[in-house]
Design a binder for this molecule. Structure first.
Ligand code: ATP
Ligand code: MG
Length: 258
């Protein structure tokens, strides 16, 4: 059974968390039971899913520390959205786990903690931090698919090859199930010759089929949904366009896991 997806990019602020939450929102609206694993010490996904990040609660930092396979089962909590969306929360302690490189099995600790836990869900989304460090390696080692989020800009494209290289390395060293599912384009302007040129360049780099449609447009409703800690799909007719974009991405993602 394949159901686990690492959402990543080394570049910060490109929309990894927004895409994770948008997919979770699409899952929420269609009854797809989902677990979000927050692998970023900033804990934005945790917060937006209605759970206050706290060092007093169990979370991904503890999951990486745990020795027992399946330890995350006792650490996951229902999100503030509904009982269909669950969360392994993040907190500031996750930053310290980034330097545990010398420890045995340092790269596969998340996978071990999630052992047996993922099968309780239709979909598991791992929201990675803007880094290609050990925590992201753990995210990839625990995943069946990698989903890249990118913006069609010069700097956005420059960051892609190191991510592809890391996916290759993790495949080689830790996880033969891992495959690149696709690249989701975020904040694509409606009319921009430059963005279209960058998209063409990206297609040459990863193959046209790997660049997924639809792209996510820039919309203030995304910020509002984060602010209100609510799923995009809860905003009714105002969210029609975004909801349908994330529904489309969810469908592609689930198909890529079959
Ligand atoms: N399509 C969009 N339309 C409008 N605002 C967006 C869109 N995508 C992202 N944003 C906003 O841009 C900011 C960065 O997005 P987000 O946090 O999802 O990126 P990220 O890649 O997860 O960042 P980080 O690297 O810090 O984890 C947020 O304030 C978010 O609300
Ligand atoms: Mg993020």
């Amino acid at each position: 059974m394949k159901n686990t997806v690492a959402v990543l990019n080394q570049k910060g602020g490109v929309g990894k968390t927004t895409v994770t939450l948008g997919l979770a929102s699409a899952a929420w609206s269609s009854g797809v039971k989902t677990l979000v694993v927050d692998m970023d010490a900033q804990a934005n996904a945790t917060w937006a899913l209605g759970v206050d990040p706290s060092l007093d609660n169990y979370g991904t930092g503890d999951a990486l520390e745990a020795r027992k396979p399946g330890a995350a089962a006792e650490m996951i909590v229902a999100s503030g959205w509904s009982d269909d969306v669950w969360l392994l929360p993040a907190a500031a302690d996750l930053t310290m786990r980034e330097t545990d490189v010398s420890r045995k099995d340092a790269s596969t600790r998340l996978a071990r903690s999630l052992e047996g836990v993922v099968k309780g869900f239709d979909l598991v989304l791992i929201d990675c931090a803007p880094s290609l460090g050990l925590n992201t390696v753990n995210g990839l080692a625990a995943a069946d698919r990698a989903l890249l989020v990118a913006e069609p800009t010069v700097f956005g494209l420059r960051g892609i090859s190191p991510v592809l290289d890391l996916i290759e390395t993790v495949w080689e060293e830790h996880n033969k199930k891992l495959d690149l599912a696709g690249v989701v384009l975020n904040r694509v302007p409606a009319v921009s010759a430059d963005a279209q040129d960058r998209i063409a360049e990206l297609k040459k780099m990863v193959g046209a089929r790997t660049v997924w449609k639809p792209p996510i447009p820039h919309r203030v409703l995304i910020n509002q949904a984060h602010q209100e800690r609510a799923p995009i799909h809860a905003f009714g007719s105002r969210a029609t366009e975004l909801a349908s974009a994330f529904d489309g991405l969810l469908k592609k993602l689930l198909a890529s896991l079959e």
